[in-house]
Design a binder for this molecule. Structure first.
Ligand code: 5GP
Length: 197
């Protein structure tokens, strides 16, 4: 029988660098596969369907909720995002680890359904730095940046419900820490099935 993979949930406020850390982590961990979310938000420049997201209409998203197709879903700002359940379950059953890069509330929903999921909260080194990163994206107004900062402060209230916190000061260091967490979790979940005692 194949050993089930582990489910790693990487969450944290908008602008903290979840995407960059995820990409570097996927490069470093060949047994890790990323889950592709469904979203109602329109594609940004150059985004192709099926790479980071499946872009769906609100109607389709509602049908997916009704059909219980999501492991979790959340409204983030004005759009809906959800993790399709089946591909995650199938990948884990094949022994691959799965990475979900989702918002903080979504992470808590996953933990509720699958207590064995490993929740990692990615933190900015400081509020000032988070503000600078949000502003540096250049895609939002100053007012929008402030709204996201307020949102981030609310999200931080869920920090204690997470299994781990990793500060994203440097991507390489954050990746190294997350890899250690994955290794530790694999040791923790060693099954006794094969031990003849
Ligand atoms: P963006 O629109 O900038 O790509 O993503 C906005 C936020 O939605 C980010 O915090 C991202 O991690 C989160 N997100 C992306 N996919 C999912 C998902 O499937 N579920 C949840 N709950 N959040 C998601």
């Amino acid at each position: 029988m194949v050993e089930k993979g582990i489910l790693v949930v990487l969450s944290g406020p908008s602008g903290v660098g979840k995407g960059t850390v995820s990409q570097a982590l996927l490069q470093a961990e060949p047994n890790l596969a990323v889950s592709v979310s469904a979203t109602t938000r329109p594609p940004r420049n150059g985004e192709t369907d099926g790479v980071s997201y499946y872009f769906v209409s609100r109607e389709k998203f509602s049908l997916m909720i009704e059909g219980d197709e999501f492991l979790e879903w959340a409204r983030v700002y004005d759009n809906f995002y959800g993790t399709p359940r089946l591909p995650v379950e199938e990948t884990l059953a094949r022994g691959k680890d799965v990475l979900l890069e989702i918002d903080v509330q979504g992470g808590l929903q996953v933990k509720n359904k699958l207590p064995e999921a490993v929740l990692i909260f990615l933190l900015p080194p400081s509020w000032k730095e988070l503000e600078a990163r949000l502003a540096g994206r250049g895609s939002e107004s100053a007012e929008e940046v402030q709204k996201r900062l307020q949102w981030a402060k609310r999200e931080l209230q869920s920090l204690s419900l997470y299994d781990y916190a990793v500060v994203n000061e440097r991507v390489e260091k954050a990746v190294e820490q997350i890899r250690s967490i994955i290794t530790a979790e694999k040791c923790r979940t060693v099954r006794f099935r094969d031990l003849k005692i």
